[in-house]
Design a protein around this ligand. Sequence first.
Ligand code: ZN
Length: 260
Amino acid sequence: MGAFEVQHQTREGLCETHGAFEDRGTVLPFGKREPKWAGCQQCNTIRQAEIEAADLAEQKRQRQRRMEQRLSQSGIPLRFRDRTIDNFVADTDAKRHALKIAAEFAESFDDHLHTGTTVVFSGKPGTGKSHLAIAAAMVVMKTNTALYLNALDLVRMVRDTWRRDSEMTESAVLTELSTVNLLVIDEIGMQYGTEGEQVILFDVLNRRYRDLMPTILLTNLGAKGMKEFLGERSFDRLREGGIWVAFDWESHRGLKKDEA
Ligand SMILES: [Zn+2]
């Protein structure tokens, strides 16, 4: 036997739980000459499984923590956080189509992150646009960052940085809005007042378009209204590379009062 060979030995072992077993020993060529005994195979398997389960549980806890952190920064109102793909009631073909689009968008988000897909959910209030957009955003947030804002709040966020005592600069806020992986903007096309305020919204949309960042736009406007609001060029751009879903059914309001 060579000087550097690992030697194996066996002996009778007795486990308190599993009874008699054949214990395997290893003697390394250097260091201690006593064999290192493996012990009961069944006990080892159980211990290994426990370690793996604990690792998985820890990973799950960390994912959960990340998700909670993203959620708290997502802008999604508490009352909307129970909206999921699964609890959207799709009782017509049109609703099933909308649901399918939202689910597929969320599931293949990494592809959309490469192409910068813009999705428009167009329809009356109470048709479930916010429900599906938020449900998609929550799926996306398992692996990416997402932000949900009303158009008016988005404009305010930027405008507030113009105050002298503002903690954030305008460019920091614009960067945040244009780099978050998914931006959901609700209530697009409501009256915002000044032209300057609309310019802010277009600035964000243009940055995201330029940088190929996916955006979901929710609007009460139809195609004609969106064309007027966005302008012909932006609208054509949107129709070419984007996904347009018409939520053209009646409101669910009354069933879910807080659905916007
Ligand atoms: Zn054992």
